[in-house]
Design a protein around this ligand. Structure first.
Ligand SMILES: NC(=O)c1ccc[n+]([C@@H]2O[C@H](COP(=O)([O-])OP(=O)(O)OC[C@H]3O[C@@H](n4cnc5c(N)ncnc54)[C@H](OP(=O)(O)O)[C@@H]3O)[C@@H](O)[C@H]2O)c1
Length: 330
């Protein structure tokens, strides 16, 4: 039996190319659950893995796709049976292991999460790793004392995947959201997700010599890192927390420790890849409950497997708005 998949091959000169190919089911990697994939999505890491790899991919030929949702076709593990709906994010699937950019995937049962009640497989991939991580970031802020009514919560890289979902979840929970974007044309979109304030990227993406500025933000979901994160730390309210999610603006952190020492600011690291199972289930449950589905629908850009090479390049340039949903069977 064969199925369609986006295959990345590397030639003798070390150049990679990605095309949709017919792949034999015999070539699927080892694993205890075979899934008929329905939808996948495009994350920043996918952009790297569709292209030259950014050293994430171990072996070629390779099927990228760091997340997918679908239906179990066969299972050697008691926790899953044929017909179960499942979702997968992380565990280096799509990097070190074949991923979701194919009509079939075979994975370790430990990596799967049952699709939560209230979400279908398309909605799960509209959320995807980006939205799942946004939920982890919001949960971390709330676990560290964030409550509505303390002031605006800043979301950086707001028109991207993590930022869009974080904006919608926070707004739906009654938080005042200040959305940072470098694309002024996305202001209406961000307001439709619930942002009450738009902050221009250039207002906040340069470091300042002053380690502390006016106490402004009650919390922050940061998808950007670099100079912007360093600057934001000095603008946090006393005792407030920042969830550090991404590095779209750079991985250096040219900050001082003063906001930690004088304002008790917390910098919370958010990792979605190795996240323990119980917290994954908790996050997916919260997504199904707290993310308004009409807002999620407004973020979706539909795509098929053959669109992925272009989309991979676009996401690396910060040009993808919201969430791409890839129908692998279209
Ligand atoms: N920790 C984890 O487990 C985890 C999981 C998922 C993603 N991530 C990371 O989170 C980040 C965001 O992921 P994503 O899927 O949301 O990507 P995305 O859709 O490309 O969004 C990133 C956004 O950041 C902003 N941005 C891009 N370049 C920038 C720059 N040079 N300076 C300032 N802002 C910039 C843009 O937003 P505007 O156009 O609105 O300015 C862009 O849309 C990535 O770094 C990704 O690797 C981490």
């Amino acid at each position: 039996m064969t199925f369609n998949a986006l295959m990345v091959r590397k030639n003798d000169e070390g150049k990679t190319s990605a095309t949709v190919e017919q792949v034999s089911t015999d070539d699927l990697p080892a694993g205890d659950v075979t899934v008929a994939v329905e939808y996948s999505t495009v994350n920043y890491k996918d952009g790297l893995c569709i292209g030259p790899g950014g050293s994430l991919v171990r072996n070629y030929p390779h099927v990228p796709g760091i997340d997918f949702a679908g239906t179990v076709e066969a299972s050697d593990d008691d926790r899953y049976k044929a017909g179960d709906k499942v979702v997968l994010t992380g565990w280096r699937v799509g990097e070190a292991h074949w991923g979701g950019y194919g009509q079939k995937a075979r994975v370790n049962a430990d990596w799967l999460v049952p699709l939560p009640e209230g979400l279908d497989t398309r909605q799960a991939m509209a959320v995807g790793t980006a939205g799942f991580t946004a939920m982890l970031a919001v949960m971390a802020l709330q676990d560290h004392g964030l409550v509505a009514g303390n002031g605006p919560v800043l979301v950086t890289g707001a028109a991207g995947g993590v930022g869009s979902v974080a904006t919608a979840i926070l707004a739906a929970q009654g938080f005042e959201v200040a959305a940072v974007t470098g694309r002024p044309e996305t202001a209406e979109y961000l307001k439709s997700l619930g942002a009450s304030q738009i902050v221009a990227r250039e207002e906040i993406n340069e470091t300042t010599k002053r380690p502390l500025e006016k106490e402004t933000w009650a919390g922050c979901v940061d998808a950007v890192g670099g100079d912007m994160l360093a600057r934001v730390l000095g603008q946090m309210k006393y005792g407030a927390s920042v969830s550090a999610v991404g590095l779209a603006g750079g991985m250096k952190l040219p900050a001082t420790v003063i906001p930690f020492l004088l304002r008790g600011v917390n910098l919370l690291g958010i990792d979605s890849v190795m996240q323990p199972y119980d917290n994954r289930v908790r996050a997916w449950g919260r997504i199904a409950k707290d993310l308004p589905m009409d807002k999620l629908e407004a973020m979706i850009q539909p795509a098929v497997l053959s669109d992925l090479p272009d989309l991979g390049r676009a996401i690396l340039k910060g040009q993808v708005k919201g969430r791409v949903v890839v129908d692998v069977n279209a």
